[in-house]
Design a protein around this ligand. Structure first.
Ligand SMILES: NC(=O)c1ccc[n+]([C@@H]2O[C@H](COP(=O)([O-])OP(=O)(O)OC[C@H]3O[C@@H](n4cnc5c(N)ncnc54)[C@H](O)[C@@H]3O)[C@@H](O)[C@H]2O)c1
Length: 332
């Protein structure tokens, strides 16, 4: 018996990388899977219908149940159609995994408006659109008297939550937005039996991270590979299961480590009974225990990639801004 027997799951961007591993894992756990993926390039251009079809073939060859959908999550009607695909193929929908993404990395002084919009359209609006159409269905079923556990699992990134990376203005903003959307949706949809959580993968070997140093190292055969994109799948499956009590949580996943994100929280404060003057703030604001984002990012990269001081970070930023930072270089 699988932990997801009888669950119908829609996974976006499930043709490659982390989403593909989730689709295979969910199917092996007994779920019926809608494999959504238009098969686009990292920057969202092009398309290949075979990308989703191949994952479906792999699942059905192993005795599982799956259908393909090639709509874009950024297309409002496409998002509705992928929900309908689940209903028409499998009779219901229990779980949505919002995983699709594109990247267009560039320094913001050069970043065209369209590139910013297109990334947000997939990452943030796409998460909203698919969730919204699924939630409509769940609300209708609930009002018709049907009671079932439903779940949404969103996908964010450390580039957005912990260490927004230079050249990722759109991607980082989208990922931070996905975490905020997770909390709003959890608070709103609980009354229909819907739990909404988010995973934040880190250092998973996919086409997005191949250029990150150390991502290509594979352990000897048979040893656990912490960089394998399958690391997120059991965590997503746990969140998808009817027995999971979690809602409104954002969990970072790196290899075998699962950590709860505590989000933005208030730190130390200063206070005055009345309106501050700028002069007073010039004196007192120094007492606020602020973080330096530059040092914070250098520390994060040191944890992930070995010794990374301020000089090396400045060098990396310069390289990225001078043109080395196009899509696919700095997601970890
Ligand atoms: N790889 C990592 O280390 C890492 C780190 C942090 C966050 N993430 C997040 O994990 C998720 C998966 O990333 P990945 O590394 O597997 O990337 P990937 O590029 O391997 O897979 C993303 C898939 O999304 C699909 N996609 C793109 N636009 C789409 C659209 N409009 N509609 C539907 N599908 C679309 C692509 O065709 C692709 O197959 C993303 O949300 C990403 O932000 C990954």
């Amino acid at each position: 018996m699988g932990s997801l027997d009888g669950r119908v799951v829609l996974i976006t961007g499930a043709g490659r990388g982390i989403g593909r591993e989730e689709a295979l894992f969910f199917a092996a756990e007994g779920a019926k899977v809608v494999v959504n993926d238009p098969g686009v390039a990292i920057d969202g251009t092009g398309g290949d219908g075979d990308v989703a079809a191949k994952v479906v073939e792999e699942i059905t060859a192993g005795g599982g149940a799956a259908v393909a959908n090639t709509d874009s999550v950024a297309d409002w009607d496409g998002a509705r159609r992928m929900v309908e695909t689940a209903l028409e193929s499998f009779g219901d929908l229990h779980v949505v995994v919002n995983n699709a993404t594109i990247e267009r990395n560039m320094g913001l002084t050069d970043l065209p408006e369209k590139d910013f919009d297109d990334v947000l359209a997939v990452k943030l609006k796409g998460t909203f659109a698919v969730t919204r159409w699924a939630a409509r269905h769940w609300r209708d079923r609930y009002e018709a008297g049907v009671r079932a556990d439903r779940a949404v699992i969103n996908t964010s990134s450390g580039s957005g939550l912990l260490n927004p990376l230079p050249t990722q203005a759109s991607y980082a903003a989208g990922n931070a937005g996905v975490a905020a959307l997770t909390i709003v949706a959890a608070l709103e949809l609980g009354r229909y039996g819907v739990r909404v959580n988010c995973i934040s993968p880190s250092m998973a070997r996919t086409r997005l991270t191949l250029a990150v140093p150390a991502m290509n190292e594979e352990p000897p055969t048979g040893r656990f590979d912490p960089l394998h994109p399958a690391a997120c799948a059991p965590v997503a499956a746990y969140l998808a299961g009817a027995a999971c009590p979690f809602t409104g949580q954002v969990l970072s996943v790196r290899g075998g480590t699962v950590a709860v994100n505590q989000g933005w929280s208030l730190g130390g404060h200063i206070h005055k009974d009345g309106l501050w003057s700028v002069r007073e703030l010039t004196d007192k604001a120094k007492e606020l225990p602020t973080d330096d984002p530059f040092d914070k990012l250098a520390q994060t990269l040191t944890g992930a990639l070995g010794d990374f001081g301020r000089d090396r970070l400045q060098e990396m930023i310069n390289t990225l801004l001078d043109g080395g930072g196009r899509s696919g270089t700095a997601t970890a």
